[in-house]
Write a new protein. Structure first.
Length: 321
């Protein structure tokens, strides 16, 4: 049997037999990751304005669609590739980082911040972060590297803070007669394990790590948002979200403006009557206008997400109500 057909046959046979695929790839050969291509969105002329998408949860890991039939590259990889294309094109006069993201992991968000910062440093090309729906937590962290942050009138921004994602299944284990028998070299070696309840000493250690990551976030806000008001500074410390108007009044963003208005303003600032607006997309991704976003990875289809019980704690700059 041809290897591209075998996974589908496996899925069908499992379904008919009453079995279920909990998680994992049945087709390791399938992937939607292809080199990005420049696609024109609007406008004309030799000068280019590049729109780069920051969409969905920010991660440095590739994501898998149901049954593993499609693998999509990570957010970091995608944005990095798009920035590289813009950096290689001398005709690009500005980059608009179009954001619709609740944030993601601490490290992935920090890497994106650094990628945007180095792009600006290496090219002297202005970067405008434009929040469409949501630019929260790690997405706002990334936006801090831009020359200015713009939001739509109905955008949500903020959620400045850190979450350490962890669960405990020790109570469930006791009910079914399962005990943790891990052998460690020190009492903190398995800190955060879902197999045991967290002690006060362990919680104090983890709280210190969370606080350190939080301090870094706040430091970047202070360094990149010189017009931040004392009132907004006080409010952001509890991790709340802000409307666009609240964020503007507090100095968290620079202006409220629709994407097409931002494009027109960028043209005027560059002394251009017109410019070609481009995006960087994979060949199969359809582009119709400036609000056509890059395709987001499909969520995993699972009956029981075993990863919830297996994963180690994750540090997140993420708004996930």
């Amino acid at each position: 049997m041809h290897r591209s057909v075998a996974p589908l046959a496996l899925i069908a046979s499992l379904s008919l037999s009453g079995c279920f695929v909990i998680n994992g790839s049945v087709n390791p050969f399938a992937s939607s990751v292809q080199p990005l291509e420049e696609q024109r969105v609007s406008g004309s002329g030799p000068a280019r304005i590049a729109i780069i998408d920051l969409t969905g949860e920010i991660t440095s890991e590739a994501s898998e669609s149901p049954f593993g039939l499609q693998v999509d590259e990570s957010t970091v990889s995608r944005v990095e590739a798009a920035l590289a294309m813009a950096a290689e094109d001398d005709a690009v006069v500005a980059v608009i980082l179009r954001i619709n993201s609740p944030g993601g992991t601490v490290t992935a968000s920090d890497v994106l911040y650094e990628k945007v910062r180095k792009f600006k440093e290496g090219t002297s090309t202005p970067v405008i972060a434009e929040v469409i729906d949501v630019g929260a937590s790690g997405a706002y962290y990334t936006a801090l590297a831009a020359d200015e942050i713009v939001a739509h009138p109905t955008s949500i921004v903020g959620s400045i803070g850190v979450v350490l994602e962890s669960v405990s299944v020790s109570g469930l284990m006791q009910k079914i007669g399962v005990r943790n028998q891990a052998v460690t070299t020190g009492e903190m070696k398995d800190i955060g394990s879902p197999l045991t309840d967290m002690t006060d000493a362990e919680r104090a250690v983890l709280q210190g790590i969370v606080d350190d990551m939080y301090d870094r976030f706040v430091e970047l806000v202070h360094a990149n948002r010189p017009n931040l008001t004392p009132e907004a500074d006080q409010k952001l410390r509890d991790g709340r979200i802000f409307t666009a108007r609240q964020a503007l009044a507090g100095g968290l963003i620079d202006r409220i403006e629709y994407l097409d208005d931002t494009i027109e303003r960028v043209k005027k600032q560059a002394g251009l009557d017109d410019a070609t607006v481009v995006v960087y997309r994979q060949p199969e991704e359809y582009v119709r206008g400036i609000y056509s976003r890059a395709g987001a990875a499909a969520p995993r289809a699972t009956l029981i997400d075993i990863d919830t019980f297996q994963k180690t704690p994750r540090l997140l700059y993420l708004w996930n109500p």
